[in-house]
Design a protein around this ligand. Sequence first.
Ligand code: DGL
Length: 274
Amino acid sequence: MKEQPIGFLDSGVGGLTVAKEVMKQLPNEQIYYIGDSARNPYGPRPMAEVRKFTHQLAHFLVEKNIKLLVVACNTATVAALDSLKEELPIPVIGVIESGSKVATTTTQNHKIGVIGTLGTIQSKEYEKQITNLTEQTEIYSAACPRFVSLVEDDQFESELAEEIVQEELSSFKHTNIDTLVLGCTHFPLLQPMIQQFLGEQVTLIDPGVETAKKVAKYLTEHQLLNETEQKPKEHVLFTTGSAEKFDEIARNWLGNKQYIVEHVSLEEFRANDK
Ligand code: DGL
């Protein structure tokens, strides 16, 4: 069991921001990742549809014998974390609880901003979890759906990205927030631009960092860490979209990590649908 891979799923390349943190914190672990770029974005889709897609991706990874699943997508966490926990025979970890916790311990003035997809923001899941932890916090939230396509299209360092960041985040300039949760796993790729626009007085929270700590803690407590001495096997990144495009973004983001990218046809999921 210890040598089995950890599974990650996302609507596209965004979950790589979480996977990268786990690669950093747990260099002995092998990662199996699936990004559903063919059906990206998930943000504007009805929650029932996101739940169905998320379960398809999860079952695909469970069949590959993963020991733990990370739902490395906020929208999928909102839609399917509870149902996956009920249905799957392995532990499942989402990203929202970790992000909410670290935001409440970071803020000094109790004014927190949250950005995410339409689905995540409309669900008010961050508000609920933050308010459960600390009642006196003012929360300002905004959906930034255009950030997702900038990242999927490998445009996150472009001038267009700079313009879009300014347009989408201008409302935060008047809020006096000191903490902003990047409540979509695609957003950390835009972190330098977001930081520059909002200024150093705003601390950006990447829930992926905290999620990786949670994964490490779980595996340690349950004696599931891979303790073999040899180098771990290479990571396997599956995408329902173009393998070349996925590889380009992954190369830029993951640097010299050892991995292979494989295309998966959506037909494979449909064949397994009940
Ligand atoms: N990366 C995803 C998230 O964290 C979703 C992006 C999308 O597909 O809209 O919510």
